[in-house]
Design a binder for this molecule. Structure first.
Ligand SMILES: *Cc1c(COP(=O)(O)O)cnc(C)c1O
Length: 408
């Protein structure tokens, strides 16, 4: 296998596992493989490290370690929060979420509707911002939970979590937030913000895929989603994924110490990338407000070009980015997030998301800025020559070779 250099601009999809995280995990794969629930020392020893990891993840959220439930992923955390709210309040059969959630919530909402529940997908405006008064008005006496993401994975738009939590508290309704995109980028004070439940996923913060957590505020009535043993104080059955939990703990500590850098160094690189693209390439539009936005994310529409074609060309020089659209065989559905913002399908199909990470360098940004303008120019020239306008140039050939996109 050849290892060419990867220019990685897709950190909202997943992140590299930090070397420190890998190191921290190895002892629990090699030597200390005991079951933390076992009564003997070989197990106890391991349980101590799980406890330390729980403290570290709690510190990232300004939470108490007892408020952290480790799960298998961000998706499971989101599903669990809503499931728990419905099961602990059987009379309440209405859920409020937003129209721009990750598929973890979008499809769970659709599933609930099929099961006879009522689900409101609260709209956003053209800038991707949520109308908190609309959210407030959608809350009914039978609303079990409001679940709205902390920050959007496609546009980077940050939602007013403190206000949303306050509205829910005043109405006596549970509030959950999918904060998967937030750690290391914005301060995450779960208690101070007044949220009842909050989801994280470790692979978005330089730990491995397949481990996440759900913060459950003390005294919140809770019903497990995965039912089994007494692990996680009976809140999630299944033997603890010790190496991954340990790695998550180390990554949480690193994320906490990285917020400053993300908001100066990473933000400066993202802003430079964006302003240079606007300068070098005509007909580019940012999708979503400039602020409040995650410091690492830039979602841009290149008019008259198909994002899938841009991504294929970028991939050829080793640049990884993603489009806001879900690519299913033969058809390109525009992103539900951009569609919810009222962005026309043609513009949405030209949208590319660049998401930087703590390790992104100025040289990598320069490399992207060197390759992107000629790619756009070439693609625009090709579509003019063949007389095919935007939205019509989707040959079978091109969709077959499209890279998978919209992961995250
Ligand atoms: C990646 C992501 C998820 C899903 O997390 P997994 O651990 O991959 O299940 C949920 N919400 C948001 C906002 C995400 O970006």
């Amino acid at each position: 296998m050849t290892h060419r250099k990867v220019y990685y601009f897709d950190n909202n999809a997943t992140t590299r596992v930090a070397p420190e995280v890998v190191e921290s995990m190895l002892p629990f794969l090699k030597d200390q493989w005991g079951n933390p629930s076992s009564a003997y020392h070989f197990g106890h020893q391991v349980a101590k490290h799980v406890a330390t990891a729980r403290e570290r993840v709690a510190a990232l959220l300004h939470a108490d370690p007892r408020e952290i439930v480790f799960t298998g992923c961000g998706t499971e955390s989101n599903n669990t929060a809503i499931h728990s709210a419905l099961l602990t309040q059987p009379g309440k059969r209405h859920v409020v979420t937003s129209a721009v959630e990750h598929s973890a919530n979008m499809n769970y909402g659709r599933f609930l509707k099929e099961q006879g529940y009522d689900v409101t997908f609260s709209p956003v405006d053209a800038d991707g911002l949520i109308d908190i008064h609309r959210v407030e008005k959608s809350i009914r006496p039978d609303t079990a939970i409001v679940s709205i993401m902390w920050a959007n994975n496609e546009t980077g738009i940050v939602f007013p979590i403190e206000e949303l939590a306050a509205i829910c508290r005043s109405k006596g309704v549970l509030f959950h937030t999918d904060a998967v995109q937030a750690p290391g980028k914005v301060p995450l004070d779960a208690r101070g913000m007044g949220v009842d439940m909050l989801s994280l996923s470790a692979h978005k913060l330089n730990a491995p895929k397949g481990i996440g957590c759900l913060f459950v505020k003390k005294q919140t009535r809770f019903h497990p989603h995965v039912i089994g043993g007494h692990q996680e104080h009976g809140r999630r059955g299944g033997t603890e994924n010790v190496p991954y939990i340990v790695g998550f703990g180390v990554a949480a500590e690193m994320a906490l110490s990285r917020i400053q850098h993300e908001n100066t160094g990473v933000r400066a690189l993202r802003d430079r990338l964006e302003s240079q693209i606007f300068k070098l390439i005509p007909q580019v539009i940012r999708n979503g407000a400039k602020e409040p936005r995650l410091p690492n994310t830039s979602n841009l529409s290149f008019l008259s070009v198909e994002a899938e074609a841009i991504l294929t060309q970028l991939d050829q020089v080793g640049i990884c980015a993603s489009s806001g659209s879900a690519c299913t065989t033969g058809s390109l559905e525009p992103s539900h997030v951009l569609t919810a913002m009222g962005i026309p399908a043609a513009r949405a199909r030209g949208s590319v998301r660049f998401s930087l990470g703590a390790e992104t360098t100025a040289a990598e940004v320069a490399f992207l800025l060197e390759h992107l303008p000629p790619i756009i120019e070439r693609l625009r020239g090709a579509s003019v020559q063949s007389g095919v306008g935007p939205g019509k140039s989707r040959s079978k050939e091109h969709s077959r070779h499209s890279p998978r996109s919209a992961a995250a």
